[in-house]
Design a binder for this molecule. Structure first.
Ligand code: AMP
Ligand code: ZN
Length: 455
């Protein structure tokens, strides 16, 4: 299996440090708002990698944190006149609901930053003792000069790093590139006691301390969006390697490209921020997932008006092939070699999807019952690696605002009854009502009526 490593800027053969056991960490959400479709790109990409790794190795420990202490959360709570906990619990729940709708598996570990404050304090203490950090004005700062390889991930020059580091000329900084490990909290701000007074950790410290506590000093894979490469990941490396006497922190660094909307950056000021929570009202979560996997994870992905309908149409075809096999029991088989090979090649999901269509095409024309059973198994296990074709009611489930299956079935039954009683006016009225609800009626090969929701 080959993965592109941002550290070396090339594809490398992936080998876990411990044979058969993979440890992966991905920077998770800061829970102060609903997540947009771009935020879900890393969640879906690394979920797909998690699925592949589980297929390839005996044990995979996948940790994705929840950042529940951050100034953005504090500001949101103030804005709404509510508590920090009210904000973080509301948006953690929303994030997990959106994740489930996108068929994202629950990671092995989902640490919350606030549950690891003592790990953070202990790491900062070691950095201070080792001469890599200093306290000044209630803050503890990381001394970038003390870290000989600083910049090795982002490969930026000192000047570029300073420009990118949103340099503020705070009086307590010895050098402009130094970053905050710990900052003081006012009485009305969340804070914990520490050797430097009551305060809270800096964001870059949270991930490193959680990784050390839960996964160890060196992990196999560290992932996140490409925007995190600098400064966040560079600063994680600096802290971990200085705290651990130079021991390598993560062997493979993986970054997903950005998602844009109609070629523009998603931003509040442009009014083009698409929340998954909103999109889900009219588009099935699985179609959102499909659209995110349709592009290779390292490429930029542009979302346009047609993206969701194209994803729904593609899934209609795949589910259609599966429905054509509803009379056979799926054989238990390995995923298709073409799908596996594509995914093992740096998670080439567009290629894997096209291989999946190849299986569907064969399924549509196969007639031999044994072959059809094999193809059904192949389609399901291959799609499972991509987190697709998991729904039992793709054609009959409406969107969140649409009719329920029970409602549709009841109307179909009422129409049948009306026809039996020769009340054709009533039967037509019900048919119109079904049409208005977006229900399409089809004659099934067995003589019954099959229906689906027109999206
Ligand atoms: P945040 O909650 O802003 O820290 O973002 C959570 C994750 O989403 C991080 O890994 C970001 O890199 C990623 N991310 C944010 N915006 C986008 C975007 N437009 N496209 C792709 N990934 C994004
Ligand atoms: Zn992180």
């Amino acid at each position: 299996m080959e993965l592109y490593n941002t550290l070396s800027r090339r594809k490398e053969t992936f080998e876990p440090i411990e044979a058969g056991r993979v440890r992966m960490y991905v920077c998770g959400p800061t829970v102060y708002n609903y997540a947009h479709i771009g935020n879900f790109r890393p969640a879906v990409v690394f979920d797909t990698l998690f699925r592949l790794l589980r297929h390839e190795f005996d044990e995979v420990i996948y940790a994705r944190n929840i950042t529940d202490v951050d100034d953005k959360i504090m500001n949101k709570a103030q804005e709404e006149g509510t508590s920090i906990e009210a904000i973080t619990s509301r948006f953690t729940e929303a994030y997990l609901e959106d994740s489930a709708a996108l068929n994202i598996l629950t990671p092995t570990l989902q640490p919350k930053a606030t549950a690891h404050i003592s790990d953070m304090v202990s790491m900062i203490e070691r950095l201070v003792e080792g001469g890599h950090a200093y306290s000044a004005d209630g803050h503890v700062m990381f001394a970038v000069d003390s870290c000989k390889n600083y910049g090795k991930l982002s490969r930026r020059s000192q000047d570029e790093m300073l420009a990118g580091a949103r340099v503020d000329v705070a009086s307590y900084k010895r050098a402009p590139g130094d970053f905050v490990l710990w900052k003081p909290s006012d009485a009305d701000q969340p804070g914990w006691d520490s050797p430097w007074g009551r305060g809270r950790p800096g964001w870059h410290t949270e991930c490193v301390a959680m990784i050390e506590a839960l996964l160890g000093e060196t992990i196999d894979i560290h992932g996140g969006g490409i925007d995190l490469c600098f400064p966040h990941h560079e600063n994680e490396i600096a802290q971990a390697e200085c705290a651990h006497g130079g021991t390598s922190f993560a062997r493979y660094w993986m970054h997903n490209g950005f998602l844009s909307v109609d070629q523009e950056k998603m931003s509040k000021s442009l009014g083009n921020v698409m929340l998954v929570n909103e999109l889900r009202k009219t588009i099935p979560g699985e179609a959102l997932r499909f659209a995110l996997l349709k592009a290779h994870y390292r490429q930029p992905l542009d979302w346009s008006e047609d993206t969701p309908s194209e994803a729904v149409a593609a899934l209609d075809r795949l589910y259609g092939a599966l429905r054509g096999l509803e009379d056979v029991e799926a054989s238990s088989v390995e995923p298709a070699a073409g799908v596996l090979d594509a995914l093992r090649d740096d998670l080439n999901t567009p290629q894997a999807i096209s291989e999946l269509f190849q299986v569907a095409k064969e399924a549509n024309t196969a007639t031999d019952p044994q072959e059809r059973a094999r193809l059904k198994g192949l389609l399901q296990t291959s799609a499972d690696l991509l987190g697709l074709l998991q729904s039992k009611d793709w054609f009959t489930r409406g969107n969140e605002n649409g009719p329920s299956a029970e409602q549709v079935e009841a109307l179909i039954q009422a129409r049948k009854d009306a026809r039996k009683n020769k009340d054709f006016a009533e039967a037509d009225r019900i048919r119109d009502e079904l049409t208005a609800l977006g229900v399409v009626l089809e004659d099934a090969p067995d003589g019954g009526t099959r229906w689906r929701i027109q999206r």
